[in-house]
Design a protein around this ligand. Structure first.
Ligand SMILES: [Zn+2]
Length: 472
């Protein structure tokens, strides 16, 4: 079946960058794009009229957690804390609230959260999502049952999902005095690692190859060097990408320096992790002062030449009173970047706008983080990090992951520069239709593959159970 989308403002891929074709045509057959241009002279079985629509590639949301973070909505924002020296540390949400909420969830609650999160993700244009599971101590040694259920949910709903169940050798939390403690697991989490690898092997490529797997060691400060080196060996053997949380806080940077006698980048390099298939989730504090330009020359070279990708999560950072300093500096240093939402809201348009605006504020320059660069982070940046030249772009041979955005609205008119509208003005609410792998998943802004009202009801019910257990 050949479907032609015509009369839209098309964000096409010219082999090097996105460019606008207005009006343009996109044609796909099955799950593959076969034509992008100004006029199609072949025969199509169906025509989608995209008058008043931007036709853009589906967004790649490169870092998020669907099973537990929804329960922190309304619960962990607007709270800060003081360190022993009296200054604001803003550690409480990461090191205290989040772990305690995770402990209070149960499998049915986590599935309801996953369904609502996936619905919101696809409704707002994220056609590929990177779901970095739940922590070791929640699943228990070797328990991967919940990861399988979540993967089933994503697969049945029709999203393209990278599932990365997490493992680690220790966990962390916050002491009453505001400092952070670390505690090793008795068995070093080895059983969990092996279960994650087994899951990755067995589930990679399911759901018509929309489900892929990745290795996800928890955080740079919760994994010992042996586990990280094993991660690299396994990734090379199984051809899986890797994502690790690193650069989340100054506490973490100082911890790595104290325990490993190295900076974070030096430690990651020593463990062999850096590479084109490696994503650093957060990557905000990887120098003493959180300024990308404070990295030593050999660290910049290591990140740049290995083609490692930093996944920025600007909204969750800004909400904690932190800024990324800055995505323009990372770009100028030649370091690859992508974008994710991490937690709620799962609307990547929100993070595109935050990425751009926070950078302009930090750099005090209106021309920092131009819209085309930020749009590339949310599309080709993520696709390249996952080793997927067939995603994040509209070009023949790419997967038919296509989003139609309404611009026939008072908000959008007149459209002079589609990139600036998409990054600096649009939200997921402007989306009309979402196609993943050639199949329409969202139509008239509504998810077609899930009983959304039922999922919302179950999530609300589950939240009562979860919040009743919390005493924060
Ligand atoms: Zn995360």
């Amino acid at each position: 079946m050949t479907i032609e989308i015509r009369n839209g403002i098309v964000i096409a891929w010219n082999g090097e960058r996105h460019e606008v074709i207005n009006p343009g045509v996109v044609v796909f057959e099955g799950n593959e794009i076969i034509f992008v241009g100004t006029a199609y002279d072949g025969v199509s079985d169906e025509v989608i009229d995209a008058t008043g629509r931007i036709v853009m590639p589906g967004l790649i949301n490169s870092h998020l957690h669907v099973t537990d973070t929804p329960f922190t909505q309304g619960y962990l924002e607007d709270i800060g804390d003081k360190g022993p020296a009296g200054g604001s540390t803003n550690l409480v949400s990461l090191y205290k609230v989040l772990p305690e909420v995770r402990h209070a969830t149960d499998p049915d609650a986590q599935i309801a959260a996953a369904q609502c999160a996936f619905a919101e993700l696809v409704r707002t244009g994220s056609t590929t999502v990177v779901e970095l599971g739940y922590d070791y101590e929640i699943g228990g040694d070797g328990d991967i049952a919940l990861t399988e259920r979540v993967a089933e949910v994503a697969g049945r709903m029709g999203l393209r999902c990278y599932s990365g169940p997490r493992y680690r050798t220790r966990h962390y939390g916050q002491n009453p005095d505001g400092t952070v403690f670390y505690e090793d697991y008795p068995d070093q989490g080895r059983g969990r690692f092996e279960a994650c690898v087994e899951f990755c092997e067995q589930w990679n490529g399911r759901f018509d190859d929309r489900l892929r797997t990745m290795l996800a060691p928890g955080q740079v400060d919760t994994c010992d060097a042996e586990l990280l080196k094993d991660t690299r060996r396994t990734a090379d053997a199984l051809h899986l990408p890797i994502q690790l949380h690193a650069g989340q806080s100054l506490n973490e940077f100082r911890r790595i320096r104290a325990t490993e006698n190295r900076t974070t980048v030096e430690y990651l390099e020593e463990c062999g992790l850096l590479g084109p298939d490696f994503i650093i989730g957060h990557g905000q504090i990887i120098s003493d002062d959180g300024d990308a330009n404070s990295m030593a020359a050999h660290e910049v070279t290591a990140l740049r030449d290995s083609r490692t990708t930093i996944c920025h999560l600007p909204w969750v950072k800004a909400r904690r009173g932190n800024v990324i300093n800055s995505i323009q500096k990372y770009r100028d240093l030649g370091i690859r970047q992508c974008l994710g939402t991490d937690t709620f809201p799962f609307d990547l348009f929100n993070d595109m706008r935050m990425a751009a605006v926070v950078c302009k504020i930090v750099e005090q320059a209106a021309d920092a983080a131009p819209s085309e660069d930020v749009f590339a982070m949310a599309t080709t940046g993520g696709a390249d990090a996952l080793g997927r030249p067939d995603l994040g772009r509209l070009a023949p041979g790419c997967r038919a992951d296509i989003v139609l955005v309404r611009v026939d609205t008072p908000k959008a008119a007149p459209v002079y520069d589609p990139f600036k509208f998409l990054v600096l003005a649009a939200t997921g609410e402007d989306i009309d239709r979402v196609i993943v792998d050639g199949r329409t998943i969202v139509q008239n802004g509504e998810v077609q593959t899930l009983d959304v009202a039922d999922a919302v009801r179950r999530l609300n019910d589950a939240s009562k159970r979860v919040w009743a257990q919390l005493d924060l």
